[in-house]
Design a protein. Sequence first.
Length: 64
Amino acid sequence: MQGEQSEPQMASLALMIFLIGALTLALWPAAAPASATLRATQNAETAEAAASRNVWADLAHGRR
């Protein structure tokens, strides 16, 4: 009795794992450009913040 119930459950679990893997592989390339855009935005914001700090440091030391 126990073996009869576990076979459909195992098949269902295997199907779910397969579908999750297939979706992950299908959507993975779509996430890459968004990740690159986010990284570029963060780098630009970091560079802008550094430039702003340099301006304030120059003003504090009377260089501008």
